[in-house]
Design a protein around this ligand. Structure first.
Ligand SMILES: [Zn+2]
Length: 104
């Protein structure tokens, strides 16, 4: 079974977050995990931010780090692009399978 990491078409933001979290926890200890939050979003050229859910792959990776679903969040932006300051969990039940370079 190849490492799924190597076949993702592009590196996802969550991967960078996981790397940073691992570095942070190795420095400050695992009990700091509960203080962490990962905020993900998408942004277009005009700077309009969109609500984003984790793909199935990132979801699996994130949950393996023992981070809670409520610690991975995305701003709740409406279709006009306005944000009222609320967040929701980016870990959704039917997470999308990401685009891969090759099929397994
Ligand atoms: Zn992803």
């Amino acid at each position: 079974m190849p490492d799924m990491h190597n076949v993702l078409l592009c590196k996802h933001a969550e991967e960078y977050a996981i790397e940073d979290i691992k570095k942070y926890l190795s420095k400050y200890g695992l009990k700091k995990m509960k203080d962490l939050k990962i905020i993900i979003w998408k942004q277009n050229k005009e700077g309009i931010i969109r609500t984003t859910d984790c793909c199935a792959w990132c979801k699996k990776r994130l949950l393996k780090t023992n981070i809670g679903e409520n610690q991975v969040i995305t701003p709740l932006v409406d279709t006009s692009g306005s944000w009222n300051g609320a967040f929701k969990s980016s870990i959704i039940e039917n997470a999308k399978i990401p685009v891969l370079k090759t099929t397994i």
